[in-house]
Design a protein around this ligand. Structure first.
Ligand code: 9D3
Length: 254
C-alpha cells in the first residue's frame, strides 16, 4: 500500500511513523509512506502557503496554488484507485469501518491542514473524502493523519502477528474489552479475580465475555444497540446487570 501525506510538518510525520507496528510494516516494505510539504511548491521568495481570509476574521487560510501543486505531484506517485482524503473538523467521523474501507485501497493521500483550514475550493477540486477524528479541537491535521495511518496499516495482511490478528477480529464484534490482569496476584490487597487463576478455560471465556458485555452496557450502551446478542450473551449480560444492581443496592444501604 502506498500512502502520501501532505503536511507543513513532514518531519513530524516521518519521525512518528518509525515507531511500533506501523514502523515495522514500513521496514518490511508492506507499506510505503511519503511526505510532502506544500512549502516546497510555494513560488514567492517567502515560500508563502497561507493568506488572510476573505471577509475578515482571525487566523490564516491555506492557499490553493501551493497545496494544489503538492497534491498533484503526489497523485502522480500513487496507484490508480487511490483516494485523496482531507483531514478537517468538518469531515465524516473516522471509525473502524472507515479504516477497513481504506485498507482495501491500493493507496491514499492524506492532506493535513494548519491554521484556520483550507481554501474551500481546494476541497471541492481535490477531495474524494473529508475525515474528522471527532468533536474536539487539535491544532492541525498531522496528529489526525498519524491516527488514520496507524488504524489502517494494522489491518493490512502480514502487519500483525497471528495472535494479534485473531484478537483484532474480536474487536470487530463491537464490544469493549474485558479487564486484564498480570502478576502479582495481589496489589495493595486488590486480588486478581479468582476465575482467572483457577485455569478453567471455559469459565474464563464466559467471565471475559460477561465483563465485555457488562462494560459495554454500562459505558457505551449505543454499541449494544448495533449488535444482536446470542441467547448465551443475553444470559451473561442479565447476570452482570443483576450483580451490578445488587451492588448498587448494597451501596445505598451503607
Ligand atoms: C480554533 C479554530 N477553530 C475555530 C472554531 C476551527 C479549527 C480550525 C482548524 C479547529 C481545528 C483546526 C485544526 N484541526 C484539524 O485540522 C483536524 C481535526 C480536529 O481539530 N479535530 C478532530 N479531527 C480533526 S482532523 C483535522
Amino acid at each position: 500500500m502506498k500512502i502520501h501525506i501532505i503536511s507543513l510538518f513532514p518531519e513530524l510525520i516521518r519521525d512518528a511513523s518509525r515507531y511500533g507496528v506501523g514502523g515495522r510494516a514500513l521496514e518490511k516494505g508492506l507499506v510505503s509512506l511519503e511526505c510532502t510539504s506544500p512549502r516546497d511548491y510555494a513560488t514567492d521568495a517567502y515560500q508563502t502557503v497561507d493568506d488572510r481570509p476573505y471577509g475578515g476574521g482571525p487566523g490564516m487560510v491555506l492557499k490553493v496554488e501551493p497545496m494544489t501543486e503538492a497534491i498533484e505531484a503526489a497523485r502522480d506517485g500513487l496507484p490508480a484507485g487511490s483516494r485523496v482524503v482531507f483531514l478537517s473538523p468538518q469531515g465524516r467521523i473516522f471509525n473502524q469501518d472507515v479504516a477497513r474501507e481504506m485498507a482495501d485501497l491500493p493507496g491514499f493521500m492524506l492532506v493535513a491542514g494548519r491554521y484556520e483550514g483550507f481554501d474551500e475550493r481546494l476541497i471541492e477540486r481535490q477531495a474524494d473524502d473529508e475525515l474528522s477524528l471527532g468533536d474536539f479541537v487539535v491544532s492541525g491535521g498531522e496528529t489526525a493523519a498519524l491516527v488514520v495511518v496507524d488504524a489502517v496499516v494494522r489491518l493490512l495482511p502480514g502487519v500483525l502477528g497471528d495472535a494479534e490478528s485473531a484478537a483484532q477480529d474480536s474487536f470487530s464484534d463491537q464490544l469493549l474489552d474485558y479487564p486484564h490482569y498480570t502478576r502479582p496476584e495481589v496489589v495493595d490487597g486488590m486480588e486478581v479475580p479468582s476465575v482467572l487463576v483457577q485455569g478453567n478455560h471455559e469459565a474464563i471465556r464466559r467471565w471475559r465475555l460477561k465483563q465485555a458485555l457488562g462494560r459495554t452496557w454500562s459505558r457505551r450502551p449505543e454499541l449494544l444497540e448495533q449488535r444482536q446478542l446470542t441467547k448465551d450473551e443475553q444470559i451473561l449480560l442479565q447476570e452482570y446487570v443483576a450483580e451490578f444492581k445488587a451492588q448498587a443496592d448494597e451501596a445505598d444501604t451503607q
